[in-house]
Write a protein that binds this ligand. Structure first.
Ligand code: IMP
Ligand code: MG
Length: 176
């Protein structure tokens, strides 16, 4: 069985997203080329929906969705594949990837390399949670919601075995 311990309430998340949205808007408003906002399914869906509606862009960005599946187990870093690709051409556009959580960094390392092959003007990364302890890849997080040292978190889009995605706060799972 597992128990949940609240780390960030919906109110705290909303306040953090307000300042993230301001920071992001400021950078993109200094660019004049088109912008594509990319949501990584499924975990980032709630964060993405709340973030994009708070952006204050002088030009309207496009939005698109991508899904990554990784096959493997704990002892073997599995093969990562795109199980749903973008439908937008990102060549000569600024790309902002919006992800729920970065842990080892392997997933985002794969995705960023893949997207850069398509000749976007820039690729930046916004993550809701940067989990520090297990990093294997050195990934630049341009916009970060919260930093945690370790632990397994759920809620606000994030799951444990497909459970808890619909909770409106972020919780740490305490395994009993
Ligand atoms: P990475 O490739 O190790 O950085 O793993 C990133 C992916 O693992 C995330 O997109 C999540 O889907 C999943 N993940 C890692 N840590 C957690 C967690 O604490 N809660 C829920 N999902 C997690
Ligand atoms: Mg994910």
């Amino acid at each position: 069985m597992e128990e949940l311990k609240c780390l960030y309430s919906n109110q705290q998340i909303a306040e953090r997203i307000d300042s993230l949205a301001e920071e992001i808007s400021q950078w993109y408003n200094s660019q004049k080329e088109p912008v594509v906002l990319i949501c990584i399914l499924k975990g980032a869906f709630m964060f993405f929906a709340d973030l994009v509606r708070r952006l204050n862009f002088s030009q309207q960005p496009e939005v698109d969705f991508i899904r990554i599946a990784s096959y493997g187990n704990k002892d073997h870093s599995g093969e990562i594949v795109l199980s749903k690709d973008l439908e937008t051409n990102i060549e000569d556009k600024h790309v902002l990837i919006v992800e729920d959580i970065i842990d080892t960094g392997n997933t985002l390392d794969f995705l960023i390399k893949k997207l850069k092959q398509r000749n976007p003007l820039s690729v930046k990364l916004c993550v809701l949670i940067d989990k520090k302890e297990r990093k294997e890849k050195n990934i630049d997080v341009d916009f970060c919601g919260f930093e945690i040292e370790k632990g397994f978190v759920v809620g606000y889009g994030l799951d444990y075995a497909e459970k808890y995605r619909c909770l409106d706060g972020i919780y740490e799972v305490v395994f009993k």
